[in-house]
Design a protein around this ligand. Structure first.
Ligand SMILES: Cc1ncc(COP(=O)(O)O)c(C=O)c1O
Length: 457
């Protein structure tokens, strides 16, 4: 059959509260135009993030009941450890409460003033954890990764030429680790090819620099490799994932994505000495090494989720969802990052609202309009999240892309929900000339998008 269906039946439902345009205008004003500050019950379709928003399976809920809550050596930890080892091949497995806790531990041990940590593109929490140690976070994605219209199949790839150049310029001794984000969330959820992972590895090998994957969406990346890279079509996604991890020395993982759970993460590696030091930090900041920041029941759910996420019918449905939305937007002439990534559609805000300059946050203006129009919550990934003000000149330094991300929670929404979202986007696009630029009225010192306040120009 041509139609790819949701490969699950719905056993429990969560009602959606309908609201009017007028009501939503009021909620947005109360939240001072920050969508993170809107109560979730006032959102109709919540595409703010795919992180921690998955629907768990019956087997995962059963695991929740089986969770062993012993402080030390819980049965659930061993099940979790075994599954992570099976999929990643890494021997040392350290549970954390979510991905950023793994990042905090890793960069706390490896970072420091004068150090540089390259990646294809660091996610915001990764960048913040690197910079808070006084290190520099360098984004080295290939040029196609910064061109929203390019149809290159692996736009998340690392520019290995620029990586070599960076190593030559700062010296390998200043680069304690290199990251590869799979898939590349900040760059449009674009995949990294196996060939590129290998070539990155080869460059690093020549200089004795370890490679860690930011593996939040490893299964989606594996599926793209299967579909798009020659020689992988007949291989299982589990096998491909194993090969991806085999090229790395370790990984940070937010289990809130491709482990299909609502909370959790881990740090995994082969270096026993580094793992020993990481566990010492873990005990101070997260908890005992056999639970990290998690309950035994969470570890059970992660172990089960890591198994389910690699099922090929699940991945086919998952990737098809973004493709489907992309096809409808393409047909209507709405600009977005092409080809669609794995977990989200990213509207190209510069092309969508070209009359709003980056310093007036076109992405934020579009995100607010999507909320008012249809109660759809999305997330700006552009000048709000990554823009800076030059301290000398006071001018706005814009990031390469101005995007609005509509991230898809896993196994939560059906095709008719997505048809509704498409209708809302098309309506906002049709009225785009009336969108107004915005200004920030309050911002905190770091990660400003979470708590900033805005007004219209
Ligand atoms: C690529 C990437 N890395 C790291 C993180 C951080 O994970 P967490 O939210 O679990 O701390 C995220 C979260 O969205 C992410 O997308």
């Amino acid at each position: 059959m041509k139609t790819i269906i949701e490969p699950f039946r719905i056993k429990m439902v969560e009602p959606i509260r309908m609201t009017t345009v007028e009501e939503r205008r009021g909620f947005l004003e109360e939240a001072e135009h920050n969508l993170f500050l809107i109560a979730a019950e006032n959102v109709i379709i919540d595409l703010l993030t795919d992180s921690g928003t998955a629907a768990m399976s019956d087997a995962q809920w059963a695991g929740i009941m089986r969770g062993d809550e012993s402080y030390a050596g819980a049965r659930s930890f061993y099940r979790f450890q075994e599954k992570v080892q099976e999929i990643t091949g890494f021997t040392q497995v350290i549970p954390t409460h979510q991905g950023r806790a793994a990042e905090r531990i890793l960069f706390g041990l490896l970072g420091g003033p004068g150090r540089v940590i390259p990646s294809n593109t660091h996610f915001d929490t990764t960048r913040a954890n690197i910079e808070s140690q006084g290190s520099e976070a360098a984004d080295l994605v290939i040029a196609a990764g910064l061109d929203p219209g390019s149809l290159y199949p692996f736009k998340g790839n690392m520019d290995v030429g620029r990586l070599e150049e960076l190593i030559r310029r700062v010296g390998p001794g200043q680069i304690p680790v290199c990251m590869l984000t799979v898939t590349n969330n900040s760059g449009g959820g674009q995949p990294v090819s196996m060939d590129n992972i290998r070539r990155t590895r080869e460059v690093l090998n020549r200089h004795g620099i370890p490679l860690f994957l930011d593996a939040c969406r490893f299964a989606e990346n594996a599926y793209f490799i299967k579909r798009r890279e020659s020689g992988y079509g007949e291989r299982s996604c589990k096998d491909i994932a194993r090969e991806m991890f085999s090229c790395a020395d370790g990984c940070t993982m937010s289990a809130k994505k491709d482990a299909l759970v609502n909370i959790g993460g881990f740090l995994a590696m082969n270096d026993e000495e580094l793992a020993r030091r990481a566990r010492n930090v873990l005990i101070v900041t997260e908890g005992f090494p056999t639970y990290g920041g998690l309950a035994g029941r969470d570890l059970e759910a992660i172990a089960q989720g890591l198994e389910e996420v690699l099922h090929e019918d699940y991945l086919a449905y998952r990737i098809r969802t973004a493709e489907y939305v992309g096809e409808k937007l393409e047909a209507a002439g709405v600009p977005f990052v092409k080809p669609p990534g794995g977990h989200a559609i990213y509207l190209d805000a510069r092309a969508f609202a070209p009359h709003i300059p980056p310093r007036e946050f076109p992405g934020q203006a579009i995100a607010c309009a999507l909320y008012v129009e249809g109660g759809v919550r999305s997330c700006e990934i552009g000048s709000v999240m990554f823009g800076r003000t030059d301290p000398q000149t006071g001018t706005h330094l814009a990031p390469p892309l101005e995007l609005v991300r509509l991230a898809f929670p896993r196994r939560v929404y059906t095709q008719s929900h997505f048809d509704y979202v498409i209708e809302v986007i098309l309506k906002v696009h049709a009225g785009r000339s009336s969108l107004r630029g915005m200004r920030i009225t309050y911002e905190p010192p770091a990660l400003r998008h979470f708590t900033a306040r805005y007004g219209y120009r």
